[in-house]
Design a binder for this molecule. Structure first.
Ligand code: HEM
Length: 515
């Protein structure tokens, strides 16, 4: 909340900033070859469209505005920030992919990046900072094809524990999915085993996510709109927000140190279990370099491994939750996928990464889950670093760019009958797994764009396919409520990640040998 005591001072600063921004924008407006901003609602002079934004499913409102203004690209203002929403695949590809050099920054959050000290995290750092490339290289190397193979035994163990959990207490299936996705990432990132969601390492990561959520809530912190306020000393009356931010900074710094120091202590004691962090730290120890360089590299490793839980846990569990629920209300699709898995298991005793390519229908089902119930309906916001022009519209420097992934995934031109769940859209022609899908591959939209596209895609797909295959091999999933079998009655959660809101389902064990 904005502090009450110094509202007058802040409002004055804010009004001056707003006026200056608008004057500057008008001036640059005249100098730009394209003069019109993309169309959109105007809202009020002070807050722009702030009050028009819905608290749930904003992606649907953006698509409605796009239709109303008859433009795939729309724009509006929230206080002094310009937001541009791209509602079709053409604009997303033209700007975020093809012009990635200028569209791959993140909008600045003064509260989170500067006051809470999180500006170095991969999610927030500028794409022009050399660290961004360094982070992505480490994550792609660590969790690409080779890294996924290395992590396979961990994945197998964790998924087997999931199946045991589902057998013994199926009613707690949501908790089992959460524990498994968290367990995988903790083991792969740090070599740390968790048994329950009460584990202290999970608490550390969840507290980090919670604080990050509060500190990045749009519209909550005046400093995000009037950056000069960051210089307000924390003792000034009304600067409770600054004191809060500094407290969070201390806590977040401590929290990110916990797992990193644990791995270092394990390595020193000669007990290190191989992990993403331990491999990188061991490599670092073997390199010859001065201490400043080594410190910088260790810091990079810490920020990278610290990002894995945030990047992997809620996203993977969202997709898996939607999968389980969709299977329960689509028994035919479930049975078809199971037949393919059963066939494969007849020939291979153990499922490895190579076998996954022999499950084209299951892969098509994963694509359809990611299309039908996108994990990130607006991906993550990008920011454009220089003024640009598209379709005759001016895109102002510094504008926040939101790709409306939900609108693309439900575009009837790309995906006829978009609200019908049908993996057949992606079944390769003539059984050739290398052939292109009949409809566009949704993974090109589900995992983000340009230089910010998800570096964990390969790991995410492999781990999801393994979990999906094993769940339907071991259990028949059912939903007794026939009303819910109509996809139009499904409800979705709203947040950075989204999934179908859970409803009662049953897991009936099959009489099959364990794998
Ligand atoms: C179903 C699973 C997943 C989905 C749908 C997903 C989706 C996304 C999306 C939409 C973005 C934002 C891209 C953009 O800004 O254009 C992203 C970024 C990111 N993801 Fe994923 N992700 C998944 C799993 C993972 C996993 C398993 C990891 C790591 C092990 C991971 C690590 C990251 C990181 C570090 C970023 C930030 C990239 C950057 O800002 O440069 N994600 N992901």
């Amino acid at each position: 909340m904005f502090p009450v005591e110094s509202v007058a001072l802040y409002l004055t600063c804010f009004s001056i900033t707003l006026l200056t921004t608008r004057l500057l924008s008008k001036w640059s407006h005249r100098t730009s070859s394209a003069s019109r901003l993309p169309p959109g609602p105007t809202g009020t002079l002070f807050a722009g469209v702030k009050r028009l934004l819905p608290s749930t499913e904003p992606w649907k409102k953006y698509l409605a505005w796009s239709k109303h203004f008859d433009s795939p690209i729309i724009s509006f203002r929230v206080y002094n920030k310009r937001i541009v929403v791209l509602n079709d695949y053409r604009s997303v590809q033209a700007l975020l992919d093809n012009r990635a050099a200028i569209y791959s920054d993140r909008p600045m959050s003064w509260m989170y990046n500067v006051i809470c000290g999180r500006g170095n995290a991969i999610f927030n750092i500028s794409a022009s900072n050399p660290r961004h490339k360094a982070y992505r290289r480490l994550i792609q190397q660590g969790l690409g094809t080779k890294g996924t193979k290395l992590a396979w035994p961990v994945l197998q163990d964790e998924v087997n524990a999931l199946l045991d959990g589902l057998s013994s207490s199926p009613a707690d299936w949501e908790q089992h999915l959460l524990r498994t996705t968290a367990g995988i990432v903790m083991k792969v990132a740090f070599g740390y085993s968790i048994k329950t969601l009460e584990d202290p390492f999970i608490k550390v990561s969840e507290e980090t996510s919670k604080i990050s959520g509060w500190a990045t809530t749009p519209g909550r912190w005046l400093v995000d709109y009037v950056p000069i306020l960051r210089y307000v000393p924390s003792w000034v009356p009304g600067a409770a927000w600054k004191r809060q931010g500094l407290q969070w900074k201390e806590r977040l710094t401590h929290l990110s140190d916990v797992p990193h120091q644990w791995v270092k202590a394990q390595l020193t004691a000669g007990q290190g279990i191989e992990s993403f962090t331990s491999r990188l730290l061991s490599q670092l120890a073997e390199e010859e370099q001065d201490s400043a360089q080594a410190e910088e590299k260790e810091d990079i490793i810490k920020w990278c491994s610290g990002a894995l839980y945030a990047g992997a846990s809620h996203t993977t569990v969202s997709a898996l939750t939607s999968f389980v629920l969709l299977m329960a209300i689509h028994p035919d699709i479930q049975q078809k996928a199971r037949q393919e898995v059963d066939e494969l298991f007849k020939y291979v005793g153990v499922l490895d990464t190579v076998c996954l390519s022999r499950l084209p229908y299951l892969r098509a089902t994963l694509k359809e889950v990611l299309r039908f119930a996108p994990v990130g309906n607006l991906a993550l916001p990008h920011c454009v670093i220089q003024e640009d022009e598209y379709m005759g519209y001016r895109i102002p420097k510094g504008a926040t760019i939101l790709p409306n992934v939900w609108a693309i995934m439900h575009d009837p031109i790309l995906y006829p009958d978009p609200f019908v769940f049908s993996p057949d859209r992606f079944v390769p022609r003539d059984g050739d797994v290398n052939a292109t899908s009949p409809q566009p591959d949704p993974t090109q939209f589900a995992f983000g764009f340009g230089r910010r596209a998800c570096p964990g895609t390969e790991f995410a797909e492999a781990s999801l396919l393994l979990m999906m295959a094993k769940i339907i091999y071991r259990f028949v999933l059912e939903c007794k409520d026939s009303q819910l079998h109509n996809c139009e009655n499904l409800q979705f959660t709203t947040g950075i990640t989204s999934h179908i809101k859970p409803f009662p389902i049953t897991f009936t064990p099959r009489d099959v040998s364990s794998l």
